[in-house]
Write a protein that binds this ligand. Structure first.
Ligand SMILES: [Zn+2]
Length: 387
């Protein structure tokens, strides 16, 4: 009863690719994962979350109890649509092996990361430590009924963790050259300036909102937000749209709007950033015009994971396996790691992802087995090293 089942990450990857799990369609992908994990001694719970203005989503939580420390792996099985099939050499949902690569939608982002971790778990003795997986089928779209709710559920069940790995493609050019220890936050907003419509020949009877709008654009984009921090670049505001919608040349328009997005570092919360924006807008003399500033949607928080021994261990393992010491990066867009970070230290460590979301998405077999070896070596050391 103590024998440990083996799991071939490439075979598992192919089985996952063969399920066309375009968000939020499960298409049997979590069933493939459930049977693989059950065979490795995991207890699997399937959870469907719904509501909050989004579609229902199937999620999976798995745990294999051992002694000692607790490691969480988080990831997703959903994929973006293949796009125009004419751009694909072969069916995106029939895994194709050629030239040492596996082709198919999700090969890089991130069915290979999931397969590599499951195969690595198969190589770690059960008693070494507790391994958990939190897998959602909605990372690529709304992300409302996915990882955030899955982790809240796990926490309520008492499934806390000492360290977490998100298996998103984190490498830049070669396996292990970069891991992500945090992410910038993202805040989108709209500013509207309302004046009074009128004839251009009688400006005294109108109130043109556009000079005020232009001054606000300058006030926002002309100011340095901060100079960056130890692990983050400077926060940046980009104006993305200035809209008036005026087809005529003899009418002063009644209003104009501008849209912008801020990618911000760990110096800021969304609230503090919104106050900064309000302060900049207040430097503009709007006269009689009415200025409104609204944050669009829910901003994503920035986070920086605590840099402790586990991150060092992961760096050491990657160096020993690849000869490269990973850069500790905070670049790129947002990811589900921001939800994991609310409960404990987390890094993103996965494959190279230049073909993510593209036609003929692929991964090299050597990278899949290489990542499996990194995960296995990390777990062996993480569970063995109680320091
Ligand atoms: Zn992904």
């Amino acid at each position: 009863m103590t024998d440990i089942s083996r799991c071939d990450p490439v075979q598992l990857l192919k089985a996952l690719i063969a399920r066309p799990s375009v968000t939020p369609e499960d298409a049997g992908v979590l069933g493939v994962l459930e049977s693989a994990l059950t065979g490795l001694g995991f207890t699997v719970t399937r959870l469907r979350f719904e509501g909050d203005g989004s579609y229902p989503v199937d999620n999976l939580f798995a745990i294999r109890h051992g002694g000692g420390r607790k490691l969480l792996f988080a990831g997703h099985t959903d994929v973006v649509p293949p796009g125009d099939l004419a751009n694909w050499t072969s069916d995106p949902f029939v895994p194709r092996e050629a030239d040492g690569k596996i082709y198919g939608r999700g090969a890089a982002d991130m069915k290979s990361g999931v397969a590599a971790f499951v195969a690595a778990a198969a190589d770690v003795p059960t008693q070494a430590g507790t391994i958990m997986l939190a897998i959602t089928n909605d990372e690529e779209a709304d992300g409302i009924n996915g990882t955030e709710k899955l982790l809240a559920w796990a926490q309520a069940q008492g499934h806390n963790f000492d360290f977490a790995i998100v298996g998103e493609p984190s490498s830049a050019a070669e396996l292990g050259d970069s891991i992500k220890i945090g992410r910038r936050g993202s805040l989108s907003a709209v500013v509207t300036v309302e004046g009074v419509q009128g004839h251009v020949a009688y400006p005294e009877k109108a109130n043109n909102p556009l000079p005020v709008l232009a001054a606000i654009v300058t006030a926002l984009s002309g100011e340095v937000i901060d100079k960056g921090t130890a692990h983050f670049p400077a926060s940046n505001l980009e104006v993305t749209s200035i809209d008036v919608g005026n087809p005529t040349s003899n009418v002063i328009p009644p209003k104009g709007t501008l849209k912008f997005n801020v990618r911000y570092n760990d110096l800021w919360t969304p609230q503090a950033l919104a106050e900064w924006v309000s302060g900049r807008i207040a430097t503009v003399d709007a006269g009689q015009a009415r200025v409104t500033f609204t944050v669009a949607g829910v901003p994503s928080q920035s986070f920086l994971s605590p840099l402790g021994a586990a991150v060092d261990t992961l760096g050491d393992v990657i160096f020993e396996m690849t000869g490269r010491r990973p850069t500790l990066s905070t670049g790129g867009g947002t990811s589900d790691a921001r939800f994991v970070a609310q409960y404990g230290p987390v890094v993103e460590c996965g494959l190279v992802g230049p073909s993510m979301h593209k036609a003929d998405e692929h991964v090299t077999i050597a990278d899949v087995t290489g990542l499996t070896a990194i995960y296995t070596a990390f777990m062996t050391r993480f569970f063995g090293d109680l320091g």
